[in-house]
Design a protein around this ligand. Structure first.
Ligand code: NCD
Length: 361
């Protein structure tokens, strides 16, 4: 067994059974009820945080989570001040830092980078966002918020509004909620910012119910949860393309009047202009509380990974296809040439193990 097969990495939540996530949510609930009981739980442990992309909540909530567990932190939040600026590749940076730390949290702009780092790292890797691909710890944050505020993760109608194409938090949460009974998805976006085809195919293959609408007003009345998202400016090819989408959806008091009295509004934050400030005082606005839940669920995650609670999932499920290149230009395999080209599946369509995009051969 290779080394990486022994570690509880968190690359994609769906690598684990739902029972494992539910265990994390229960532990997070215990921690938030009595945080002082966990103040020394990670005494002597070191967490490395490598943030190649800007972050406020994810980085700081991970850092405070470790500090509140009695551990310490190292890392960078600006690759320009690390050896990355000298041209160091992902493998070398992550291999070295993972040799100093007991657990490493990484955010990177390129899709599939977390799995790439996990292949050669010396300690467990937590994916804190890999380009427009996934953001599993935001999903844990969202799940904990839903469980604590709605009481159950079943039979929820969730509306996702905004940039469903590039929003990694949307992709991760849809994948996760697909595993809970009775989930219904309402996808609210412009035609240019719709959910990627591979995700829609996944929903269809799982027999899940979803519908697409372009106006928030047409859908808000039927939702239990409204998940607002920012238009992801940094993922657009040009300023013009971004400006064409900017301001497409703005949740304000008027639209909130059309919503159910117990609908809740989530947002991974940061917000730009998609939720008017006037909505903040509405008791259904849950996004600030959601950010605080994130700290508790990250405490639960760090504890679980460091104390090795759970069976490590397979990091690579398919096999290497030396001559096939991933069709996704934003995949890490195009950036880091040394990476083996791992794909799942057989026949004409292969699925990239790093970024989940399909390639026709
Ligand atoms: C999100 C992210 O980085 O993907 N933010 C976060 O982690 N809380 C959402 C976003 O940047 O829009």
């Amino acid at each position: 067994m290779s080394d990486y097969a022994r570690r509880l990495n968190l690359i994609d939540l769906n690598d684990y059974p739902v029972s494992w996530w539910n265990g994390l949510l229960e532990l997070a609930h215990e921690i938030l009820s009595a945080p002082q009981d966990y103040a020394k739980a990670c005494d002597g442990c070191i967490m490395g945080t490598l943030f190649y992309e800007p972050s406020t909540r994810t980085q700081m909530s991970f850092q405070t989570a470790m500090l509140r567990l009695g551990g310490t932190i190292i890392g960078f939040d600006n690759p320009a001040t690390s050896s990355v600026a000298k041209g160091e590749n992902l493998k070398d940076t992550t291999k070295i830092v993972s040799g100093y730390a007991d657990i490493m949290v990484m955010r990177h702009p390129v899709e599939g980078s977390a799995k790439a780092a996990a292949l050669t790292a010396e300690c467990p890797i937590i994916n804190a966002g890999d380009g427009g691909h996934l953001h599993p710890t935001q999903t844990l944050t969202d799940l904990l918020t839903l469980k604590e505020e709605k009481g159950s993760l079943e039979n929820l109608t969730i509306g996702f509004c905004g940039d469903l194409k590039n929003g990694r938090t949307v992709h991760s949460l849809i994948k996760a909620m697909s595993c809970y009974k009775g989930s219904r998805f309402v996808l609210i976006s412009t035609p240019d910012l719709g959910l990627p085809a591979y995700m829609k195919d996944m929903l269809a293959a799982d027999g899940l119910s979803y519908k697409e609408v372009s106006r928030l007003e047409d859908a808000i009345g039927e939702l239990d949860v409204l998940y607002m998202t920012r238009i992801q400016q940094e993922r657009f090819a040009s300023e013009e393309e971004y400006l064409a989408q900017k301001g497409a959806y703005i949740l304000d008091k008027e639209k909130m009047k059309l919503a159910k009295p117990d609908m809740i509004v989530l947002h991974p934050l940061p917000r730009v202009d998609e939720i008017a400030i006037e909505v903040d005082d509405d008791p259904r606005a849950m996004y600030f509380r959601q950010a605080r839940y994130g700290m508790f669920v990250r405490m639960a995650l760090i504890l679980t990974v460091l104390h090795k609670n759970g069976t490590p999932p397979a990091l690579i499920r398919g096999r290497e296809h030396k001559s096939v290149k991933c069709s996704n230009p934003r995949c890490i395999t195009h950036r880091e040439q040394y990476l083996p080209h791992f794909f799942e599946g057989s026949g004409d369509i292969l699925t990239c193990e790093y970024c989940d995009q399909r390639t026709l051969i």
